[in-house]
Design a protein around this ligand. Sequence first.
Ligand SMILES: C[S@@+](CC[C@H](N)C(=O)[O-])C[C@H]1O[C@@H](n2cnc3c(N)ncnc32)[C@H](O)[C@@H]1O
Length: 273
Amino acid sequence: MSDADMQLNREMWDAWADLHYQSEFYGVDAFCRGETTLPAYDVEGVGAVKGTSLLHLQCHFGMDTLSWARLGAEVTGLDFSARAIALARRLAERCGLSAEFVEANVYDAAEILGRSRFSAVVATAGVIAWLPDLKRWGRVVADVLAPGGIFYLREFHPVSYVFGEDSNDPHAPKLRYPYFSTGEAIRLTGTGSYAEPGAPVRTTSCEWAHPLAEVIQALVDAGLRLEFIREYPFTTYRSFPWLEEGTDGNWRWPGNQSPLPLMYALRVRKPVG
Ligand SMILES: C[S@@+](CC[C@H](N)C(=O)[O-])C[C@H]1O[C@@H](n2cnc3c(N)ncnc32)[C@H](O)[C@@H]1O
């Protein structure tokens, strides 16, 4: 990842952290009253966390990290956005929850936090697209995990990332981006964010496509063992205008059929010895 790409992404996430902390989408006030941000499938997928040391990678301003703390984990949240980390610390204090928040690049996690330290590492919802080198990422995850520890990833499905909106008909899916990785950054410039689409904040970001096989292979090559992988026909927010909201609050392709997956989750474990 070039320093220039990284700088663009960090500037965007610094700007978005402030926007998101105040947004209805994230709902900080309800969170402070005790609401969790963790869907049941993440809680089940990670497994029991009470008393475990849990690292949340790319924690944004810490709502999920602090939700894991409410379930009894000793939590560390890591993110490269200084604004996100400052807000995460503020949120922890406001909610009276104990957590360590560390400002760092994912790729430096093992050097900064130490090796073989965590029994659970978690990353969810819009994380790997910001990382150019998944092999290196896999090795970092394996390094920070204690033997016997698990890594849980829930991500937006790479199949859904190939679609964009048709400018003539925003409700018609259009094939716009490659499924397979070119290794090149996809540069996107726009205003607003997924949580605050109308906000007058203009940013440029650099993203990388990661097919499902690349994600799994990076973790397997780092010595981690796959325990499960699940594909979901729904996603957590209206990532495309053509999605329809279900009674469970999740978003699906229209109609009764779910032609394509919108999210996936997997868990890998570091072998003992
Ligand atoms: C979409 S957010 C993650 C969402 C989070 N799970 C939540 O629900 O709020 C992505 C996060 O990744 C962070 N990030 C992006 N690239 C990073 C990197 N190279 N190292 C550390 N954090 C990074 C951003 O600052 C941002 O907070």
